[in-house]
Design a binder for this molecule. Structure first.
Ligand SMILES: C[S@@+](CC[C@H](N)C(=O)[O-])C[C@H]1O[C@@H](n2cnc3c(N)ncnc32)[C@H](O)[C@@H]1O
Length: 229
């Protein structure tokens, strides 16, 4: 499955610079519906998830821009990129000096895409191909969460897990274009960017993408580095 997933990603995408983050190249698709159909045919699963991994999402694009502007947020640190998709945030972190990065995603094609994309950018990114949201926080320094609040079921589980990570002293950085389920009351805005996405995915080609930290917990943990100016 792993090697056929890689071949599928290569067959259905083109390696190209990421808009607004041209120093990073990803295997990206132009159109979502034909690719989604191809995934259904390839897997024999008519309920196959959208091929998120073939696009750079607005939340990840904003987070990538933030890391380029604030390399100190991840430089010299170990990164865990939750809901990694293409691996964009993990790769952006490695690009500005993270010492290690892991991308976690439940989609087997995402696992292949993360690996191929990391390679294309000259980085190594570990891949976790399972749902970690009921697990203990990973042994890393920073959690990146790009565009995780697009559906209710996932949204409900992401925040409690990120709060657990924060309470263990991990830093948490979130990128999001203001999706419906974003828990804004729990967040502190750090920056916003005009990002170029695609009308294949969004209502507009340009979106505003915000970067947030989690509000400090009772012990004031989890936002120290990100909020340092
Ligand atoms: C909108 S995409 C964001 C991808 C990337 N972070 C970006 O900003 O470009 C959301 C990703 O979350 C993944 N996902 C959904 N549920 C997940 C879970 N429980 N654990 C990890 N990843 C999950 C999907 O497979 C998809 O790749």
């Amino acid at each position: 499955m792993a090697s056929s997933s890689r071949a599928f990603v290569l067959r259905n995408t083109r390696l190209r610079p990421v808009p607004g983050l041209e120093e990073i190249r990803l295997h990206l698709a132009d159109e979502v519906l034909p690719l989604w159909h191809a995934v259904e045919v390839e897997t024999g699963d008519t309920d196959a998830p959208l091929p998120y991994w073939a696009f750079a999402w607005a939340g990840g694009l904003a987070l990538g821009r933030y890391l380029r502007e604030h390399p100190e947020a991840v430089a010299g640190r170990r990164i865990f990129d939750l809901a990694s998709g293409s691996g964009l945030c993990a790769i952006a972190a490695m690009h500005v000096g993270a010492t290690a990065a892991i991308g976690a995603d439940i989609d087997p094609f995402a696992a292949a895409a993360i690996d191929l994309n990391a390679d294309a950018n000259g980085h190594r990114v570990g891949v976790v191909r399972r749902d970690v949201l009921d697990e203990e926080p990973p042994d890393v320094d920073v959690i990146l969460a790009g565009d995780c609040w697009y559906e209710a079921g996932l949204a409900e589980r992401v925040l409690p897990w990120l709060l657990r990570c924060r309470d263990r002293g991990l830093e948490v950085l979130i990128g999001d274009p203001g999706r419906r389920y974003l828990p804004t009351a729990e967040l502190v805005e750090l920056a916003s960017y005009d990002v170029r996405t695609t009308t294949e995915l969004e209502d507009l080609e340009r979106k505003q993408g915000w970067v947030y930290a989690l509000r400090p917990g009772a012990e004031g943990t989890g936002t120290g580095g990100a909020l340092r100016s």
